[in-house]
Unconditional design. Sequence first.
Length: 169
Amino acid sequence: MYFGRQLSNRVSLWDSSISFSTYFGIMKNVVLLAMLFIGSCAFAQKSQIFTTKGGAIKGYDPVAYFKIGEATPGSKEFSHEWMDATWYFSNEENRALFKENPEAYAPQFGGYCAYAVSQGYTYRVSPEAWKIVDGKLYLNYSQGIKKKWEANQSEFIELANKNWPKVLE
């Protein structure tokens, strides 16, 4: 049976069976759909927890900052899901403490850079650029930014508290 053109005769832009107005209408719809998709991505809200492929805090143990005063990598063996993020711990005891009271150990501002949040935006962090202030863990982008943040830390914490969570919008 013959159902029209053979597959080897592909329809081209200038094929006489497709009028210019039909082609223009199709292309207008394609462009419109692309704009809607891009627009929806631009207005998507950021996650409340900064994560990477390595998890929250890039895979570092949030409890270890408080218990041993060091940035300590966690292990996949000791993981926990909280607020749509995977958190890793260096041992079972730390995981159990976090499960019991995650707000006590999770970094402020969802683990985004504290200085950036104080300035009205979010940015990634270095697990090594951290400080505990009044029993709360704060992370920053780098040691240099941490030093800048520490110079006026009370003011920056206050500004960040005012900006959080609006910076996620």
